[in-house]
Design a protein around this ligand. Structure first.
Ligand SMILES: [Zn+2]
Length: 1121
């Protein structure tokens, strides 16, 4: 009775489906015929007939008919039928065959099929049917197909595993045979699905199925010579891949000689392009199973030690100091929780949850009170008084200054360039002064004592002595005694460059005697001698005495174009195979340390056989170099001081090269999951031979560049509580052109602190009587270096009241740069800005007459000097300290904020604030700003956003820039305030100081994908141009705000349209930013995915369109993009 009832429903569905087919102009069947069936469904035969019809109906017309069946509740009815028929009489083979055939079609179209099957108790029926019919191939196939759908559900997978299905499937898997390949394929797919459960993977390891699978794979590899069954071979690899997601599986794989097996089968496949999917999967498995190693360094903490005046109570540095000594040992691999049965009952059960789980960014600030201006100043007014001396322009009346002597370049007597640093009082140094600038030179400042009081032991205190000692050492080594002056040594390899006779006459005091390329005409702001002078005053933690040639000679931007590299297919795979060979053929590996800063006395190991490395100069970063093969070197970067990570910046010297050989360099401790090195960015190289022959320049260089996860990792404790973190390799290949060359490699165009000081001195020379330029020292850094502060505006035309009044009332523009030392591009942009501001052009003059510029061109001198990437000596990211900067740990931020707070306290809040940065993961130049409305739009607090009045002019400056500057992209800008950014300059200056136009300007390290520079890598010329265009944009901003021009330029303020555009766009969840400089990666490709422990399931190879000729997913995505 039951059955009949159910069957009538099935029939009803059959009728319905057939009806819809009729509508679809398939008129073979007629309704009355089906109606007859409806009346006579009384026995097994009838049910079979109905199922036959149903089967026929759903076999044609693609998936649409099945879709209808599913949407009408067909799945449940069919499953019910399966249950009842299996209960009421010994199951009819024919009925089971028909039912499973339909279920195999329905299952993949019903997202809840797995759950429904489990709830109805269908799993065991299929399983027992399988057990009884292992030899019955006709029935086996549909049953396996249904089982494959069951297994896709993780809860089902666990329960099926407990019922012995893994073992059952292994009975079906056999050696190579041309027969029954479809059954084998479905079996393998089902097995792969089951093995995603850790419990099942463990079961498979216990039953020693790993060597079995490897043997089966080899068998198919050997016999499938015409590659007819690539899908089966891929499916076997799929099983191995899932088993090796657990630690035991990886162990079993290694013990079964899996590395060698997959390596040799893969290399045999290399010549056949259609076998790429096999090679890619094999490579993924091998990388995963490659034993994790710790980096070959004694500790991942910085090799340089700097004792902080005090260690903050909490935060990353406190954590670092609390760590036990052997903390970076890789204790374990990623799946520590192997033994918990966490993967059992609640994995992907709730699809509803998944659906509701929108990709909401939980970093968006939703607390409106945190978006509203913060009124109360954190520092009392009396305290801010000390900054008055940095603003003499506000009180100056220019009496007695002769304005008509326009020819004389005489600096106004009241405005001397400050000679001695102003030491702003800090907690350690009680206020020595709040005096006018002119009196400074008379101050009884004992600079030495200040240095000592500020430097802890191990700091740069007593640098003079240290310098001399270092010099002596270097001088001895260099065999040039009597180095009486404190001249730093230029480079370290004079000997190798002495081929030039003119250079051999070492004059007594000069160590670095080289023919300096005559670039004065091309580089008006560069002066090698002045650079050396500047270096003498620069205090580094390692007490560097050498100067790198590129900084000494300078850089003349090349005139040729440097294109973003096209990625060559298969490069990453080839590199990974070379890495795997290290394990396969360990005897071919030299493993010879050739440079090691941990050997403090003699880091350079030179036996004439290997390349010679050096990084002991300002901004240098290279900790260790290991020669792996004759022409291959592993390089390890140094962590930021007082930190155990943040390495990305590199700058080092190489010599002793052979001409014409290709050298492979691998930086093996990169941290980011992806890099622009995967998207066409090259490293920079500077050849001293080229420089001497008249081309002192950094050029983009390197081939076979790629970036991928490697087999080095650190312990979870060292990684700050996160799971053990893998490192990434950035590899590049270089062929050197000159014999006896000295070459330098860098992450980006270097720009040292000494370079800044040299440029600032040279800027003085550009001063005209129209220009008001002041250079002050804002404060001293922890490392004892001064932090320069510039004031640039126009001199008043006369001392008349009107003129002085206009002078004093110019709005302020406040600019900062280089808080992150690795972002050297920020300094090049700043250089462009400064040179524009000092230029004699009418536009520059007009700009000077419009604003007073306050500029801190380098917020983090210590970080820059010591080759840090992100932090200052305090081991902290200074751009996360703006809310509560500490006067002794973050003096540059504390006092820069102080200047802004002072301006705010006297009602002179700047019109614009901008902090220049560099961006490592995006192309173009763009800005981040702050808008309450645009932030709230990201959330669901729309009601609140609508009430809110907000001045939209924060969009004007970026808009102008997008029209002016070819590298600038409005589409990449974002005006969202993120929680993680609440202590950055941009957000604090906006919220606490009240600067509406407060920005971060990010310049790409790579290149542009739009505008005039589309397809080109960025160079210093473009960066400097950007800095100049920023100035021009400010001038236009000024003109726009004057009523006369406003009318004519209203298109600039077409903000409403803009906003609508951007509002549509932001819902795509990609325009807002995830973390300061590295927003969520916007390009499709993610190479890290290839090596993830839980990779995405591969699409069924049979379903993959043929034109995608076996590229890996990531490479396909790359091709599409
Ligand atoms: Zn930055």
């Amino acid at each position: 009775m039951h059955i009949l009832h159910t069957c009538s429903y099935v029939l009803a569905i059959a009728v319905y489906v057939s009806g819809s087919i009729c509508v679809c102009s398939c008129r073979r069947s007629n309704d009355s015929k089906h109606f007859c069936f409806y009346q006579s469904t009384r026995d097994l035969q009838t049910i079979l007939n109905i199922l036959c019809i149903l089967n026929e109906l759903v076999s044609v017309g693609g998936g649409r008919r099945v879709g209808v069946l599913v949407s009408k509740g067909g799945t449940a009815i069919l499953l019910q039928l399966l249950i009842t028929t299996s209960k009421e009489w010994p199951p009819s083979e024919e009925l089971m065959l028909q039912l499973h055939t339909i279920l195999a079609k329905v299952g993949p179209k019903d997202r809840k099929f797995g759950i429904k099957a489990r709830i109805n108790g269908a799993l065991n029926i299929t399983v027992s049917l399988l057990k009884q019919n292992l030899q019955n191939h006709k029935l086996l196939l549909p049953c396996l197909q249904v089982l494959r759908v069951y297994s896709a559900n993780s809860v089902n997978a666990v329960s099926l595993g407990k019922n012995g299905v893994v073992e059952l499937l292994f009975k079906i898997i056999g050696p190579y045979s041309k027969k029954n390949t479809s059954i084998l394929k479905v079996t393998l797919d089902t097995l792969a699905a089951l093995l995603k459960s850790k419990a099942n993977a463990r079961r498979a390891v216990d039953r020693t199925y790993v060597p079995t699978l490897l043997a089966v794979y080899q068998d198919w590899h050997r016999n499938d010579t015409r590659h007819r069954h690539v899908h089966i071979r891929k499916a076997i690899l799929g099983c191995i891949r899932n088993i090796t997601n657990i630690k035991l599986g990886r162990k079993a794989f290694l013990e079964a000689d899996g590395m060698r097996i997959l390596y040799s089968t893969s290399t045999e496949c290399l010549s056949v392009r259609t076998l790429d999917p096999l090679i890619n999967t094999s490579s993924l498995i091998m990388r995963k199973c490659f034993p994790k190693n710790r980096l070959p360094v004694p500790t991942i903490r910085s090799v340089f030690h700097y004792q902080l005046p005090h260690i903050p109570a909490e935060g990353p540095v406190a954590q670092l100091y609390r760590q036990p000594p052997d903390v970076d040992d890789v204790v374990d691999e990623s799946d520590d929780n192997d033994d918990t049965e966490a993967d059992t009952e609640n994995d992907t059960e709730n699809e509803e949850d998944e659906k509701n789980h929108k990709t909401q960014n939980d970093d968006i600030e939703t607390d409106i009170s945190k978006l509203r201006p913060k009124e109360n100043l954190t520092r009392p007014l009396e305290d801010l008084k000390m900054y008055e001396c940095f603003f003499p322009e506000l009180s100056e009346n220019f009496q007695g200054y002769s304005f008509d002597s326009s020819k004389s370049c005489q600096t106004p007597a009241v405005l001397p360039k400050s000679l001695a640093p102003i030491v702003v009082p800090t907690a350690h140094a009680p206020s020595p002064l709040s005096l006018a600038q002119g009196e400074l030179t008379d101050l009884p400042l004992d600079l030495d004592s200040i240095c000592i009081s500020k430097d802890g032991p191990g700091g740069a205190g007593g640098a003079g002595e240290g310098l001399a000692q270092e010099l002596e050492r270097v001088a001895l080594e260099e065999d040039t005694l009597n180095g009486q002056s404190q001249s730093p040594v230029v480079g370290s390899l004079q000997g190798e460059l002495e081929h030039d006779d003119d250079c051999s006459s070492h004059s007594s005091g000069e160590l670095g005697v080289l023919e300096v390329p005559d670039t004065a005409a091309l580089l008006p702001l560069h002066d090698p001698e002045l650079y050396i002078d500047m270096v003498k005053g620069t205090k580094s933690v390692p007490q560097y005495t050498e100067v790198a040639y590129p900084d000494y000679f300078g850089h003349v931007a090349p005139t040729f174009r440097e294109h973003i590299l096209e990625r060559v297919y298969g490069v990453q795979r080839a590199k990974i195979f070379q890495d795997i060979e290290r394990m396969i053929h360990p005897n071919d590996i030299l493993d010879k340390v050739v440079y090691d800063l941990d050997l403090k006395r003699s880091p350079v190991i030179d036996d004439g056989e290997s390349l010679k490395f050096n990084s002991q100069f300002e901004s240098g970063n290279l900790r260790k170099a290991v020669q792996v093969r004759k022409f291959e070197y592993d390089l390890i970067l140094n962590s930021d001081i007082n930190s155990n990570h943040y390495h990305q910046w590199f700058y080092f010297e190489v010599s002793g090269m052979r001409v014409g050989s290709s050298y492979r360099f691998n930086i093996i401790n990169c941290e980011k999951v992806n890099s622009q090195f995967n998207y066409g960015m090259q490293v920079l190289m500077y050849s001293v031979q080229e420089a001497i022959s008249g081309h002192p320049r950094w050029v983009r260089t390197g081939t076979e560049i790629c970036y991928y996860k490697n087999h080095f990792s650190r312990s979870s404790i060292a990684a700050g509580g996160q799971k053990g973190k893998s490192y990434y390799t950035m590899t590049f290949t270089v062929t050197f052109q000159y014999r006896d060359d000295v070459c330098y490699f860098a992450y980006h165009y270097p720009y040292t602190y000494s370079t800044l000081k040299m440029h600032l001195q040279k800027l003085e020379a550009l001063r005209t009587p129209q220009i008001y330029l002041r250079q002050d020292v804002l404060c001293e850094t922890l490392g004892g270096n001064s932090c320069p502060l510039l004031t640039i505006t126009a001199m008043p035309q006369s001392s008349s009241n009107d003129q002085i009044c206009q002078f004093k009332n110019r709005p302020y523009v406040f600019l900062t740069a280089r808080v992150h030392p690795g972002e050297t591009n920020a300094s090049w942009v700043m250089k462009g800005t400064l040179e524009f501001l000092m230029s004699p052009s009418p536009m520059a003059q007009s700009l000077r007459e419009s604003y007073v510029f306050k500029i801190v061109p380098m917020l983090n001198p210590d970080g820059v000097i010591n080759g840090n990437h992100r932090c200052s000596l305090s081991g902290e990211d200074l751009n996360r300290q703006w809310q509560r900067p500490s006067p002794d740990l973050h003096p540059t931020i504390f006092h820069t904020k102080g200047l802004l707070q002072y301006l705010s306290s006297i009602q002179r809040v700047p019109l614009v604030y901008c902090d220049y940065h560099g961006h490592s993961r995006k192309k173009n130049v763009f800005m981040y700003g702050c808008s309450i409305k645009e932030t709230l739009w990201q959330t669901n607090v729309n009601a609140a956003a609508c009430d809110l009045q907000e001045d939209l002019s924060y969009r004007t400056l970026p808009k102008i820039l997008s029209q002016l500057a070819p590298a600038f992209s409005m589409a990449s800008c974002s005006f969202v305030v993120e929680k993680s950014k609440e202590s950055t300059a941009r957000v604090v200056v906006w919220r606490e100081i009240g600067v509406q136009k407060s920005y971060t300007m990010e310049s790409t390290l790579c290149g542009c994908d739009q505008g005039k520079y589309k397809g080109l890598q960025i160079g210093t010329r473009e960066l400097e141009e950007m800095g100049a265009q920023f100035c021009i944009a400010l001038l236009r901003l000024k003109r726009l705000s004057s009523p006369l021009e406003f009318r004519n330029s209203s298109h600039f303020l077409d903000v409403e349209n803009d906003l609508i555009e951007s509002r549509c766009k932001v819902t795509s969840s990609t325009t807002y930013v995830l973390d300061e400089d590295e927003p969520s990666f916007m390009e499709e490709v993610d190479y890290s995915a290839e090596s993830n422990d839980e990779p995405e399931p591969d699409p069924d190879p049979q379903e993959t369109p043929a034109d995608e000729d076996g590229l890996s997913d990531s490479e396909l995505a790359l091709r599409r993009s």
